[in-house]
Design a protein around this ligand. Sequence first.
Ligand code: PMV
Length: 322
Amino acid sequence: MTAATARAYPNIALVKYWGKQDAALNLPATGSLSLTLDVFPTTTTVELVDGPEDAFELNGGVATGTPAARVVAFLDLVRERAGSTARARVTSVNAGPTGAGLASSASGFAALAAAASAAYGLPLDAPSLSRLARRGSGSAARSILPGVSVWHAGDDESSYAEPVASPELAMVVATVDGGPKAVSSREAMNRTAATSPYYDGWVTSTRATLDEMVAAAERGDYTRMGELTELSALRMHASIQACDPPVRYLAPASVALFDRVAALRSEGVEAYATADAGPNVVALCRPQDRDAVADALRGSGLAGEVTVAGSGPGVEVTDGRA
Ligand code: PMV
């Protein structure tokens, strides 16, 4: 095959990944658990070309600098495994906002892993594809899979995502700021590990939180899953805010949205808030509550766009030609 197109969806972690045990292999310090969404997909085409260089086009514009360098480094990995020296033209389109803490790097590297391995003729099963996607961006390991999955810490062989039995979940994404963030998650993650006095506590407690979350998911305990989701998000942000120099991703409106979600619970709608490395807030809820949660977040006046999402599919190669 000389060209392939793949589509992958972002995921939002209920138990966050924050910190690496091995930066070169992108091995996480702890496991994490997420829900792959059914909104904001990335669609990526990889086409092998005759030229001397790779080319990367993102959302209709030529990408340069760090984003392009990360794509070239990723293609080098695929070429090494496929025994190929051919360069590629990569065209990628994000349906959601890029670089705003809404997991565009997860859907992006999951789609790139599937499209590039297909274009270079490297047949990979889901665990191998998840391991490969992990090298591009840690959280991308989880966007290979549909629905709820756990991404294991471990070594290069064993660090991939696997499905977890879970009650049906929905999420409501409240965009506070759709622009790119000031400090990348990569930089902030390194800084947290190097300087936050809370980092060790974060790593130790996250191992326990993950075990408890998997058990809650498997016994269908939505309430405990929700409580652990907020706990994991707030503990991650606490350790990030304590690094030197500090990084604060949550804006005043983000904090107010956490309060609005807590108020919803006292009104009888059982939603829980989380946020990644950015100011946007995502509310976890039961599928039957998603419209009530969306109405409340829209009505709060705190969010720009409010998007309702359900459990989404795993990565899929949608087109390939020889
Ligand atoms: O995959 P990265 O390197 O962009 O890190 C993502 C980290 C968080 O989104 C904040 C948490 C997570 O588990 O997705």
